[in-house]
Design a protein. Sequence first.
Length: 349
Amino acid sequence: MPVMPAIRRIRLSEISPIKLGLAISGVLLVIFLGWETAHGRWPAFREAMRSDALYRQPGGILRDFRISIVHILLAGYLPAALLAVVQSARRTVYELQSALDCSPRECSDLASSIRLSPAGLAVAGILGLLIGFGTPYLTPPVPEHLWSPSSWSPEVAWHRILGPIAAILAMFLLYAVVSVSARMSRISAGLSTVDLLDLRALQPFTRQGLTNALLVLGWVTISGLMVVTESGFGLLGLLLGMATLFIAGAAFLLPLRGVHSRVRQAKDDELAWLNGQILEQRKTLRQGSIEGRRGSLADLLTYRDLVREVPDWPIGTSSYARFVLYLLIPVLSWAAAALVERVVNALIS
């Protein structure tokens, strides 16, 4: 019986992030709709839709319903993204097997070492809990008894509970990106060699960075739906928009820090050797031994220029283009949501 490649074993043994996210959001959505039915909320929905437009309401049942739906989506997406970060990093280790010059057993142990610290998760969870409880104060209108369950409508109860949970999961995701990226940077120290004329062997690090950025932007995209479709989220949207570019850029570059250092060191070493060879050739020319030396010196000078032009980051033009396209995902999603708002308002009006 043929031995299955380790990378395939990992894929089969791990839970699918997509299935996990869909399962969580699907179950929560069914429970939420059953909750609304049990509380007899559908007549109130129909009345609200007849009396006003569907979007940009300062309050009311429809606004609370839509906010709850976004929180349900986040509750499914964030655990899936968290799992995807770890799985992607472990697959990256196997893709680097030749560059790391490790045996299948050594690569398996190295991949298994990519895990999240319970202490780090605890700190991230506490920070997320504080953010989750503080966020409603930034989204007017702020109720007088914000955290009193007796004042919650059936819809508000859902996003009061899911809000802090989503914030905790979001901080888990950011911690996972930072922790896994730091681990990937340390792994780059084990690279057997760095071929300055062919950096394709280092592309798995770049793909890991792009994956991190995409997963972070997915969270931003879903969260931003509340900003563009609901009133009262202006300040929160401003903070989210300012942080988006920084967080996505950091998620992209963090796994590449160690590789960047290795490439810089390899360039410095190669340039130091070349400069030494050029000095030797120059001495030979000064001593009058010109035959066969002039071409060698020209080759060395050309090669030195080539080494100098090697990028310090193993990021090609296509990778930069993909990153820019990823940054457009939230913008296009929010623009689509705003367009739907206008269409619905026009139809209802």
